[in-house]
Design a protein around this ligand. Structure first.
Ligand SMILES: CC(C)(COP(=O)(O)OP(=O)(O)OC[C@H]1O[C@@H](n2cnc3c(N)ncnc32)[C@H](O)[C@@H]1OP(=O)(O)O)[C@@H](O)C(=O)NCCC(=O)NCCS
Length: 383
């Protein structure tokens, strides 16, 4: 065994700088910027398409550029017929995130630019992926529920088209604007687990689709994107604000993880929570479901007192999606419909200045020892 000194090691890569990025900055003191713009300003003034353009291209679009980018996304939404056929073959109890991951992987083989990792091709593929990830979710959901996919509506934005493709109706403008804002909040978050998975895959010079497939796989887990589906199950269990404290104390006593709380980077609160909480309050009034936000607020208070842990965006996203009329299984796919913009921007950035991402591990297995002979050779001395 080598006598090299033990290198520094940070479990879970906590605090480790694993690369440079110009796309997004997560400030541990509750701040978030996209290419230098504060998330709160962007969320209140921009559209998702504008933010996706910003993440991909580095600067905000002018009016003409935004119109062209929006048109390009709308024109790329339709899935190849074979992909729709594949969605019909999947078991009816499939999770929409598994359908999405499989769909993205299959889409790769229909893209003529699959193996072109140049900047220009990556931007074109990003536009196709931003468009089609949404379609995979909405068409997949309809197929799972025995409904036919609906034709695209190129006159609608990503948020408007998502509602229409899922339910066959265009909701009021305020509802579309809310989803648009949520898409902005979820669009990027620097080296989160799914984006890091995408960058690791891209760093082998595997293409954009392979990287986004990896990202979809990583996003589903409940410690990452899957938390917004789990949070809704938890809120449904709690049912009313008066039950929240006792429920939470029981979970903490049992040393269970409570979904929608904690964050690797934010220690003074998640910068997206105030915006999502406000949307939740507004929706509560509009829909008459005013109990959800107070349950979350009660949980926040008790969690702060008991564990000094802050809520993350997924706590409030769960009731917000519910009040917007989405089933909890769609919560993580909705996150993906937005985060795909960030994934694509990061893959493009990785390819533009690539170095293979290959860290080391700290070996903690047995010391070097003699091989006792092969069991398949009938070695007698092997127990
Ligand atoms: C996000 C998360 C994975 C970050 O994990 P992390 O940085 O590795 O933090 P740790 O798991 O080491 O947590 C540190 C301490 O806080 C506790 N903790 C962290 N999040 C917790 C939660 N959601 N519920 C209960 N306790 C939690 C841990 O048990 C640990 O306590 P200990 O020191 O007594 O063992 C973690 O907070 C979590 O699992 N949250 C729930 C899932 C979630 O909401 N994910 C979405 C993130 S945006």
């Amino acid at each position: 065994m080598s006598a090299e000194p033990k290198p520094a090691y940070s479990p879970g890569l906590a605090g480790v700088i694993a690369g440079e990025t110009q796309i997004c900055w997560v400030d541990p003191n509750a701040g978030l910027t996209y290419r230098g713009y504060d998330i709160h300003e962007v969320a209140s003034k921009a559209s998702f398409e504008e933010v996706a353009y910003l993440l991909l291209n580095g600067e905000l679009p002018d009016v003409k550029q935004l119109a062209e980018f929006t048109r390009q996304i709308a024109a790329e939404r339709e899935l190849p017929a074979q992909v729709v056929k594949m969605l019909r073959l999947l078991p009816r109890d499939s999770h929409p995130m598994d359908m999405l991951r499989t769909g993205v992987s299959m889409l790769s083989m229909f893209d003529k630019e699959l193996s072109d990792n140049s900047h220009a091709a990556n931007i074109r593929k990003s536009i196709r992926l931003i468009a089609r990830v949404s379609t995979l979710i909405t068409d997949g959901w309809r197929i799972l529920h025995g409904d036919e996919p609906l034709p695209e509506r190129p006159d609608l934005t990503q948020a408007g088209n998502f509602f229409y493709k899922l339910k066959g109706e265009v909701p009021p403008a305020w509802k579309i604007r809310m989803l648009d804002t949520i898409f902005i909040l979820y669009a990027d978050h620097e080296f989160n687990a799914s984006t890091f998975a995408a960058r690791v895959t891209a760093s082998t010079l595997a293409g954009m689709y392979a990287a986004v497939t990896s990202a979809c796989a990583a996003l589903k887990g409940p410690l990452h994107g899957g938390a917004n589906e789990e949070s809704m199950k938890m809120l449904e269990e709690i049912k009313m604000p008066d039950h929240a404290e006792a429920w939470l104390k029981k979970k903490l006593e049992a040393k269970e993880k409570v979904m929608g709380f904690g964050h690797r980077v934010y220690k003074k609160g998640d910068s997206r929570v105030p915006v999502m909480r406000e949307i939740g309050r507004d929706l509560g009034k509009r829909t008459g479901k005013e109990e959800w936000v107070p349950i979350c607020e009660k949980l926040e208070k008790v969690m702060e007192r008991e564990k000094h842990l802050c809520a993350n965006v997924d706590l409030y996203a769960a009731p917000v999606f519910w009040m917007l009329g989405f089933a909890p299984e769609l919560n993580t796919p909705l996150f993906a419909a937005s985060r795909v913009a960030g994934w694509c921007a990061h893959v493009t950035e990785q390819h533009d200045n690539n170095r293979l991402i290959r860290p080391r591990s700290l070996y903690t297995g047995p010391e070097m020892r003699p091989y006792p002979g092969s069991a398949s050779d009938g070695a007698q001395n092997r127990q």
